[in-house]
Structures are given as structure tokens and as C-alpha cells.
Ligand binder design. Sequence first.
Ligand SMILES: *Cc1c(COP(=O)(O)O)cnc(C)c1O
Length: 502
Amino acid sequence: MSSPKKPRLASRPVPGAAVCAPDDLADGAATSPLELSGPTFAAMIDLVKARLVRHLGGLEAAPMHRNRGARKAARALREGMPEEGTSFEPLLEQLFSRALPLGLNTASAGYLAYIPGGGLLHAAIADLITSAVNRYVGVWIAAPGLVEIEASVVRWLAGVVGLPEGAGGVLTTGGSMANLLAIVAARRDRLPTDFSRGVLYVSREVHHSVTKAAIVAGFPAENVRSVPTCERQRMRVDALVEAIARDRAEGLSPFLVVGSAGTTNTGAVDPLGALADVAEREALWLHVDAAYGGFFALTERGRAALAGIERAHSVTLDPHKGLFLPYGTGCVVVRDPTTLRRAFSSHASYLPDMQRDADLIDFCELSPELSREPRGLRVWLPLKMHGARAFRAALDEKLDLARYAAETLGAWPEVAMVAPPTLSLLAFRFVAPGRSPAEADALSRRVMRGVNARQRVLLTGTTVDDRFVLRMCVLSFRTHRPRIDAALADLRASLDAALSAR
Ligand SMILES: *Cc1c(COP(=O)(O)O)cnc(C)c1O
């Protein structure tokens, strides 16, 4: 191999070795402005690094939201496509000073609104690598190593919720897409040809993305049964059983029940074991939407609350929530990966041959996507660097914080706890003697506005049984006890102000 007469272009390249000498490949690189030289690329990263360090350093003290004047400020960012280029630094300035401050500070420790996540920075590093190397994982042959890493990640996630060996799935952009893939897989599995009479069952508290997915998957809205919930906002199994019987009597085809493992409204977990029993008896597919709650299965308390999830045919997980990753990371895991393959496999003559070995995966066979970025590295890197143990501990802390907040608030005479935390989400409203329910709604709204105006935490509300309630969801890896104490202090101050203003 070290012969001096070695040809410049080896006829049988050694795997991993450079095939051509560098001067063969100098395709005018120096003359194209689109190609960053190594030093320019590094210099740009240095500028970004400095900006990000400053930005992240200011996160703790930054306001929680900036929506006043946001319409005007956002419209001021509209622009046409430039014919000529601009240098990098003013563009960074535009991004960090004018675009990023608008809206919700979702990365902050004080973000207790909707379902938080946080955005682990390890994932940002992984994303930089993913984009810079620009490989794709739709087909195995394109990047077998990256496919294998991503497949491992999916198996880890399936294991977290207790699916058996052999389970698989695919990383998606979020929970909504994961729900869609699961519903299509269930439809293809249970109603292979004609699904026009297929009926699916969800609780009244189900996430709207499930209903939307059913419609996108071709079901008319009236084929989605909204099953009533009990006073703890969990699906009523007796009502489910009745609905199935009624539909069968009418000649319809029940095929799918969707359980929620942590509803977005109040964090309720449906009785998953009982749903699994019904599904088994009725030969229905059981899908569990665990976009919010699934990763609590890493903790002992979470595992107990989610008991039965391991019997699902498919589960939606959102690593951009419970694994604290950046937005754009969802996952659907399925007990039997051939169900996804049957739903999504499709061939064309210009595609490479798909892998036939049962243990090798072409991700394009498991989802509608073909050319897509590897999503696995951003999950893999933080999990490899810290181990599941660090995530378990962080999630346990969130469970503790939500309980602490609920216990504190529960001791206030003005608080009606609508949903104490099953996991890390609580819902409550403010009541006062002599006030009508509508007045209590107004008081609760007013307190929430007052809290949010203080800019240390952000809470959002919802309605439960037609009454307005506040929610507090503790799920950012950056949220610790001091921020919860700030939330409680701001709630107290805002409540006192609202009561005395009357
Ligand atoms: C967030 C959420 C979804 C939707 O997931 P996206 O990642 O926002 O698309 C679905 N179901 C539940 C229970 C959720 O909390």
C-alpha cells in the first residue's frame, strides 16, 4: 500500500480512505462564494458562539413574553429576496435583537405554560454536526451508521414505555405527526381495504392533534367518538364499552381506542390497563398519546401512574417535551414495526433496494418521509453523555416541584384544585365567597394576567367543564425550586391585588 508508484485513483478504494488526491477535486472551490472555506466557517461559528453564550446567559433574567407591539415589530421584519448579499454580523444582529425577543420565552425556567421542554444544548451541538455533514437517513444505504444510531434511539424510547424487544418506530417532527402515523398504521392493520365505517374512540380531553390526525387519515369527524370523562378527566371505561356496543349494533367497525398518558389540559392519565383490556376483548388497536407524560415512565412514580402503557400497540412520545430536547423531536413507537411498514412502504425504480435483513431499517418504509435529516443524533448525544439516570433525576424533580406547588396552593382558601398533579401538571382556579362561577372565571383570568405581567413565569389557562382554570406545567430542565417559589409569590401577589381591586 505504501508503494511510491501507487496510482492516484485507486481502482478498489479502501473503505473509509480518500479515493482521490485533493488536487483532483479542486473543482473551482475557491471561486464559488457559496462554499465557505474552513477558516471562514470556523470564524462564523465563533461569532455565533459569542452571541449564543450572551443570549443564554441572559435567559434567566429575560422577560417571559413580549407580545406588546409584536405585530408591528414582526411585520417590520418582512422583506423581499435580496439580489446582493449582506455580511454576516448585521444579520446576526437582526436575528438576536429584532426577531428572537418577540413572543414567548419558551427556553426559560419560568416557562410553565402549555407543555414546556427547554431545549438541551447538547442537541444544538448534535444538530450542527447533522446539518454540516448533510447526510440523510431515509434509506439505509445512504448512512448505515447514522441509521443504526437512530434505530437504537428509537428502541431505547420504546423500552422506556415498556414495549417488548422487537418494537420499533420512527422519529418524527413532533407528537402531532406521531399521532398521525399511528392512526394510519392502525387503520391499515385493522381495516385494510374499506375503512369508511371505521370508528375510533378518544376521550373528551384528548389532544386535538388526534382528532385532526383522524380526519387527515380520511375519517369523517363523525366517526371519532368523544367518550365522556370522570371527575378526574379520565376516560370512562363503561362509556367506552357502551359506545363500542352501540356502534357495532349499527353496523359500524370500531377499530381503535386512543388513551391519553397525560392530557394537555389537566395532565390526566386515562385508565390505560382497563383500556388495554377493552381493546383486547374487542380486537381494537390501542394507541397511547404519551406526548406529554411518556418519559415519566423513567421514574418510579411515573411508571406507576402510566401502568398499562406497555400493552399499547403504538405510543406517541415527544422528546421535545419530556426529554427536554429542542422543538422538532417527536417519536412514534410500535409494538410490531411491520405494521408501520405495511402502512408506508412504497417502491419506485429509482430507489435503491430496500434492506431485506429483518434487523436493518430503511426509515422511508416506516413513514411518509424520504429525504430527511437524521433526528437521532440530537437524542443520542445527551443520552450518551449523561445516561438515562440524569433524565430520571430531572423528571423526578419535576414531579416533586408540581406536588410542592399543588400542596402550597391547595392550602390557600381561595384556591379550588381542579386537577392535582398526576405527573407534573396541575390545574386550579380561584374562588371567593359570594362570587358566581362567572365571577370566579373572571377572577382566575385576572390573576393569571397579573402573574404573567410580572414576567417571571408564564402560565396559560384552559377550560374544564366550561369553567376557566389556570394550568401550571413543570417540565423544563431549567425549572427548579426558586422559580416555583417565584410563581407562587406572583400568584399570591396577583390574587391579593385582584381581591383588593374589587
Ligand atoms: C404536545 C402534545 C401533542 C402534540 O405534539 P406536538 O409535538 O406539539 O406536535 C399531542 N398530544 C399531547 C398529549 C401533547 O401534549
